[in-house]
Design a protein around this ligand. Structure first.
Ligand code: NA7
Length: 548
């Protein structure tokens, strides 16, 4: 991808100034929120973006094999039929460069870039009670003030580089997948070590293996994966997408996870074992996240889930030729889809290559990084030229807490959330008036196809601001009791599923040492969540304190 596509911004800085709204972040969320507030409501808006272009998480995640796991015809804006029909995706799942082209195209079509300050890092945001305004500080020393502050910082944008002793002495090069160099990395002739086998690691392994001299994969937790079955889209499918815009949008808005497929209305136990196997085989052949939708009870009933888990483990053993490697890859300790289920292109097949080795660092943990590679607890040293950390993110709360937000009475968001995030609807927190968090903790966010939940949040926020302005309301924040009830409901929704059973998942914050263990996303389903939000608005923003 030519770099010019991502660096078209004016370089004039944010410019101190007074706005109706400041938005932090120019990914899907920030772009759409800017469009709604500026073009529909006529507000003065400034977007502050740390990256050199639009794209959010996709601006940074340029690692080998980076591709979205949502199908392309659902991983896009759907608010405008014209925009939706005009863009033509080329593959079943969009790769990172194509997503960047799409986002730049949307930003240009909606003329968004003129109101976005790129290369602008926010260093703090403080609510000033006397003026009822937010003061947002940038690294360049500018201060912007606004009535409304909206974070559009994404859920997976704070890279988690594990604190392994010795990294600073490593003589080779090392990278985190979420902060990948724009110029790419040449693996030719290199001995590469990759730490991490989440969705990212599983995408990267086959691509790095094909380019490197040797790849050692350090696996702490074995993971399920279903083939993505990616490929080019034919003209017939592209026509079908254009003709079925309304139906696709209706489906994505009415399913619990925002994807363009419907969860089968049958229990695992409604069919015979033979029929079940045939259904799993068909889902495996079809590929993708839809595997999860084979039965309606896979995420609620552990015994039902076991049938899917056993099917997938057997697939791993049948693909991977070396029995010891296959056993390590299939030694999975959590229910299927209790952690975010990856999909892949030739992940397990990559372990049949002569230049790929798997190391189990659950049994024999990484002890330190030496100048020459990675040393395990038993003293074994793996000599490496490059280390790739596919080690994930300080998810959901990380990107918000690093903004250094201070609300009423000098309350820091870090203190308010010291024991874990507490929000009403994932949209607002007590003590932080007029601050909205798009896809914040307590909303479906990462359990949903992101553009679907982003559109819902951005529209709800825009409608809310319009309604408050009409009523002359100057200040909005949730009632503490409403937050208590919502937090309880978020916990109930999670506990009604198998999701909390993956004790080491980033949904729980368990991947970051010292982070409070709280199940962060709302697991009650996007469709239900949308209804709740609409009802709250219809009742005059029930649960919020509104002051003139
Ligand atoms: P994930 O899903 O958090 O995966 C990170 C991986 O890195 C996972 O296998 C971790 O093992 C492993 N990890 C993390 N720290 C270490 C250390 N210190 N040692 C060894 N292994 C480690 O991040 P991804 O980027 O793959 O995916 C994030 C989301 O992006 C994904 O779910 C999609 O929504 C898109 P663990 O499981 O913690 O034992």
């Amino acid at each position: 991808m030519p770099d010019s596509l991502t660096r078209e911004a004016p370089r004039s800085g944010a410019g101190s100034g007074t706005y109706d709204a400041v938005i932090i972040g120019a990914g899907f969320s920030g772009m759409y929120q800017l469009h709604l507030l500026r073009d529909r409501l006529g507000l003065s808006v400034r977007v502050l973006e740390q990256g050199g272009g639009v794209g959010g998480t996709w601006y940074w995640n340029r690692y080998p094999g980076a591709r979205c796991d949502s199908e392309s015809h659902s991983y896009c804006f759907t608010f405008s039929p014209e925009l939706y029909r005009e863009w033509e995706w080329t593959e079943r799942y969009p790769g990172q460069p194509e997503i960047m082209r799409y986002m730049n195209w949307v930003a240009d079509r909606l003329d968004l870039k003129r109101d976005i300050a790129f290369d602008t890092r926010v260093t703090g945001a403080r609510y000033d009670e006397a003026s009822n305004r937010w003061q947002v500080a940038t690294e360049a020393g500018e201060t912007l003030t606004a009535t409304w502050l909206i974070t559009a910082v994404g859920c997976l944008s704070t890279a988690n580089v594990p604190k392994i002793p010795g990294l600073e002495d490593f003589k080779g090069r090392w990278y985190h997948t979420g902060q990948w160099p724009h110029e790419g990395v040449d693996f030719t002739g290199q001995r590469v070590g990759q730490v991490g086998t989440g969705s990212t690691g599983i995408q990267a392994v086959p691509v790095i293996a094909a380019a490197a001299k040797h790849l050692t994969v350090f696996q702490r937790t074995a993971n399920y994966s279903v083939p993505a079955r990616n490929g080019p889209l034919d003209a017939e499918f592209k026509d079908w997408v254009r003709q079925n815009y309304e139906a696709i949008r209706t489906t994505t808005q009415s399913t619990p996870n925002g994807h363009p497929f419907v969860i089968a209305d049958r229990s695992t136990w409604d069919v015979t074992e033979e029929e079940r196997r045939a259904l799993y085989e068909a889902a495996w052949e079809k590929g993708g996240l839809q595997f999860r939708a084979t039965f309606r009870d896979l995420l609620q009933d552990k015994a039902a889930n076991d049938t899917a888990a056993e099917f997938l483990k057997a697939k791993i053993r049948s693909i991977v030729k070396d029995p010891a490697t296959a056993a390590k890859l299939a030694d999975i300790d959590h229910p299927y889809a209790a952690k975010r289920p990856p999909i892949d292109t030739d992940y397990f097949e990559a372990f049949n290559r002569d230049n790929v080795a798997l190391v189990d660092v659950r049994a024999n943990p990484i002890e330190r990084i030496t100048p020459d590679g990675i040393q395990l607890r038993d003293g074994t040293e793996h000599k490496l030229d490059i280390i790739v950390f596919a080690t994930g993110f300080d998810a959901m709360t990380g990107p918000l807490l690093r903004l250094n937000i201070t609300g009423r009475d000098g309350l820091a968001l870090k203190e308010a959330w010291a024991a874990g995030p507490r929000t009403y609807l994932g949209l607002q927190a007590v003590g932080f008036p007029n601050l909205f968090t798009i896809t914040g903790p307590g909303s479906p966010s990462v359990l949903c196809n992101m553009p679907v939940c982003i559109e819902q949040h951005a529209e709800w926020i825009a409608d809310c601001i319009a309604a408050l302005r009409e009523k002359g309301v100057a200040r909005m924040e949730p009632e503490p009791a409403a937050v208590d009830r919502w937090v309880e409901h978020v916990n109930e929704a999670a506990n009604a599923t198998l999701l909390p059973q993956a004790g080491h998942s980033w949904y729980l914050g368990a991947n970051v040492p010292g982070k409070p263990r709280v199940f962060m996303p709302y697991a009650g389903g996007m469709a239900r969540y949308r209804e709740i939000c609409n009802e709250v608005a219809a009742k005059g923003y029930e649960g919020f304190v509104l002051n003139k």
